[in-house]
Unconditional design. Structure first.
Length: 330
């Protein structure tokens, strides 16, 4: 459509130009003819003057001036029309240039419109790729979360293993300390038992010596006087008043002493067999005064050792339980 319009404008411009050229050429030809006629008339007048003809020389001057004036007006109008045609030609050229630019733009627009389906297809493909990337990103996010959970579990297992190792080392150290404490308590118990046995032997030796001295004294007295001075059971009060030996009893209770000593040593080796409700007096019933003093001297130390041992065992048991609870907690 624009090409046809441009062709029409160019055709009109060409026709106008040709028309103005033809008008100018015709005007020039008419002017030459008028000049020739005027020259011919002037020559004829001169010749007629020479020939002394009498005629009106101003005849037709008005018509000539009229035609000259009209020709001048036409020439001026043709000049103005030529200027206007030139400006119109310039405007038409600019308009044609703009039309050509618009045609080029429209051609480019049509070519781009022709590429529009391919662009839409590429956009759809890119959208599908973006959706696929979104799915892959979600999968990667889930995998990263699983990896974080696995790392946390691994860290937890490492901490549990480290805590278990610390617990085992602490338990081993506590067991070693417990064994050392047991050995110390056992050695102390053995030393106490040896000391008690030594004291009992010494006491029995002293008793035997006292019995022998008393028997010899009674025998000498009997040999001299034919009777005993006093019963043997009364020597306890005499020995107490004399102050030679403390708490000497002359009753024949050797079997009872042996049984009670066995019970005493058995209670040291197995302290759990003694009932908790039995007091000290019930455990020492039937003993002599010397044995009671020995027991009173050794029983507090033995009770303190047993209490310390029980407290140590309880403390070690509590520590082991606390370590187990700490290891079980995450």
């Amino acid at each position: 459509m624009f090409d046809n319009f441009r062709d029409r404008l160019q055709t009109v411009q060409h026709d106008l130009t040709q028309g103005w050229k033809s008008i100018a050429d015709k005007a020039k030809a008419v002017n030459k003819k008028l000049v020739r006629k005027t020259t011919f008339i002037t020559d004829e007048i001169v010749e007629s003057g020479d020939q002394c003809f009498s005629c009106n020389l101003e005849a037709g001057s008005e018509i000539l001036s009229k035609y000259q004036k009209q020709w001048a007006e036409i020439h001026e109008a043709s000049r103005e029309c030529a200027g206007r045609a030139q400006s119109a030609d310039q405007i038409i050229s600019e308009f044609s240039k703009k039309c050509s630019e618009l045609h080029t733009t429209m051609s480019m627009f049509h070519s781009e419109l022709a590429l529009l389906p391919e662009v839409i297809k590429n956009i759809e493909t890119a959208k599908a790729d973006i959706d696929a990337f979104g799915g892959q990103i979600e999968v990667l996010d889930n995998l990263m979360m699983d990896l974080e959970e696995a790392c946390e579990k691994l860290d937890l297992e490492r901490r549990k293993a480290a805590q278990g190792l610390k617990l085992s080392m602490l338990r081993h150290n506590r067991e070693d300390d417990l064994e050392v404490l047991k050995e110390e308590l056992q050695s102390a118990r053995e030393r106490k038992a040896v000391k008690l046995l030594h004291l009992e032997r010494q006491a029995s030796i002293e008793k035997r010596q006292v019995y022998e001295d008393a028997f010899l004294e009674q025998m000498n007295y009997y040999i001299q006087y034919g009777k005993t001075e006093e019963p043997i059971s009364m020597l306890h009060s005499r020995s107490r008043s004399s102050g030679s030996l403390d708490d000497v009893m002359l009753e024949d209770d050797t079997e009872l002493h042996t049984k009670e000593l066995d019970d005493f040593f058995g209670s040291e080796t197995e302290p759990s067999e003694v009932p908790s409700g039995v007091d000290k007096e019930q455990t020492t019933v039937g003993l002599s005064s010397e044995d009671e003093e020995l027991l009173n001297q050794n029983l507090p130390s033995h009770t303190a050792e047993s209490t310390a041992q029980n407290a140590t065992e309880k403390e070690s048991t509590d520590v082991v339980k606390e370590n187990k609870e700490d290891s079980e907690q995450p």
